[in-house]
Write a protein that binds this ligand. Structure first.
Ligand code: SIN
Length: 499
């Protein structure tokens, strides 16, 4: 039977390989080239329980604690208990994780982990190495790969998902399938400042919403604390702070300790807000000081960051570098059970597109690649079982179109003309690190007005804009509805600009 996988990061390629290995005909549709997306940008690594004295229970506790009490304990249990098998599988598929001289895996440390447990590759090029190995494995397998395929919508027969409508070389093509696994990543492009690549426009989540699938926790957007300030967004891995780098204000003061006893290794949302507030107060970016690590160690452990900071004119072994937060990861998404099943028959989701419940209100560092591998494999197994059970062949297929234009009453709001950059700035200012009632209401009203005025999308850019608008309105709405501060969702009375 046939399974369509949309997306080709770690979740999509793990799902595709597992579905293929169970004997199903698998097609991977990917918006760019195979292996594009967020996975190759991941620096830190994969959380794995290998250290002396570490345990899955400790990893579970750290995950739940980062999630601010809103993680689903069953999902966390699956993540930590199946993580080791998936890391072993990655190694078997050719991922060369960094090892000590005696062959044991080297383990890095990141914020809010109670132990050193981050398995990494190429120092700070873990995602690129995983993407390389999984891409090679997918190409070597008998998996159909359709690159440059933009997901327009899901195809429905009654309430079951039975394929995808894609835009390929300017032509709309319907591709029926017995089951569809969405692994399309998140929507970092909702925000003016993000670590995500330009393709992260929430296409899969938006298509699922139009088809009627439940989504949840969209208000939980994680902002990474340390992006190199100025120029194109470039992540400075949390692992750098894990190795001992500090954050200082203009007076050289380690201000993170003013907010949390763990200082620079406090949960990511705490550090990101501390940076935003301090930068706003002093009117310039705060600085990361990694100089104590020394030039040799920095070049060996963080070769990518060493190269890029050098290209940007910094010698970070001798001077501090300016850093600022940026949107990084969406904890919410398409609601799934522990096997990646969504609320629609035939539709599965894994990776950042899915809301498995693992992350709660805030994701623990280096749990995202792990989640993609663990739940990508489980979604594939469930999709394979579901598609094997399908008997009917003749289907009347239609596309989901539920949520595109649900707010025509807002068409009269006097919003500035829509442009993607205007939306991204609106979201950054009003639905960013520090949120107020007024700001969220303004974002919601404006995005709804833009939605109502938008023409029917035809080009890929127009479809992406429609998806971003749909998600922007849903995110602002979810953030308005959650009146308390929890995890990455922080409400305050008056807006403090983050930049
Ligand atoms: C990082 O290297 O800081 C990012 C890792 C992550 O987002 O889990």
């Amino acid at each position: 039977m046939s399974i369509a996988v949309v997306g080709s990061g770690i979740a999509g390629l793990t799902a595709a390989l597992h579905a293929h290995e169970t004997g199903h005909a698998v097609t991977v549709f990917t918006k760019g080239a195979l292996g594009d997306g967020c996975t190759p940008h991941a620096q830190g690594g994969v959380a794995g329980v290998y250290g002396a004295g570490d345990s899955p229970a400790a990893h579970a506790e750290d995950t739940a604690s980062a999630g601010a009490g809103l993680s689903d304990p069953d999902a966390v249990d699956v993540l930590v208990s199946e993580g080791a098998a998936r890391i072993t599988e990655l190694i078997a598929r050719g991922v060369a994780f960094d090892r000590a001289g005696d062959g044991t895996l080297l383990l890095g440390r990141e914020a809010a982990h109670s132990a050193a447990r981050i398995v990494h590759a190429g120092g700070d090029a873990t995602g690129a190495e995983i993407a390389r190995a999984l891409t090679a494995a997918a190409r070597a397998a008998d998996i159909e790969i359709v690159e440059g395929a933009f997901l327009v919508d899901l195809l429905l027969a009654e309430r079951a998902v039975r394929g995808v409508r894609i835009l390929l070389d300017g032509v709309v093509v319907d591709r029926p399938a017995d089951a569809v696994i969405l692994a399309t990543g998140g929507a970092g492009q909702l925000f003016a400042h993000t670590t995500n690549p330009v393709g992260a426009t929430g296409d899969g989540i938006a298509a699922a919403m139009r088809a009627g699938a439940a989504v949840a926790d969209l208000e939980f957007v994680q902002f990474h604390p340390t992006i190199l300030a100025g120029g194109a967004p470039f992540l400075i891995s949390e692992a750098v702070r894990g190795e001992g780098a500090t954050l200082v204000d203009e007076d050289g003061h380690r201000f993170c300790f003013d907010e949390h006893p763990d200082g620079e290794l406090a949960p990511r949302d705490v550090v990101a807000r501390a940076i935003a507030r301090r930068s706003a107060r002093q009117g310039s970016p705060v600085r990361l000081d990694a100089s104590a690590l020394g030039a040799g160690r920095l070049a060996e452990r963080f070769p990518t960051i060493d190269r890029v900071t050098g290209q940007r004119g910094f010698d970070w072994s001798r001077e501090t570098i300016p850093v600022t937060p940026a949107a990084h990861y969406l904890m919410g998404g398409v609601v799934t059970d522990l096997d990646g099943r969504t609320t629609l028959d035939g539709l599965f989701a894994a990776g950042e597109a899915a809301r498995t419940g693992v992350h709660g209100a805030n994701r623990l560092a280096s749990n995202s690649l792990l989640e993609g591998a663990v739940f990508g494999a489980r979604a594939a197994a469930a999709a394979a079982r579901a598609s094997a059970a399908i008997t009917s062949s003749a289907m009347d297929l239609r596309v989901g179109a539920g949520s595109d234009r649900e707010h025509p009453q807002d068409a009269g709001h006097a919003a500035a003309a829509f442009a993607r950059e205007t939306l991204q700035q609106l979201m950054w200012e009003n639905v960013g690190l520090l949120r107020t009632d007024e700001g969220l209401a303004e974002a919601l009203t404006t995005t709804r007005a833009w939605q109502a005025q938008a023409p029917a999308p035809a080009s890929i850019a127009e479809h992406e804009d429609a998806n971003l608008l749909l998600l922007a309105a849903a995110t602002a709405s979810a953030a308005l509805a959650r009146t308390e501060s929890v995890g990455a969702h922080f409400r305050e009375r008056s807006l403090i600009g983050a930049r």
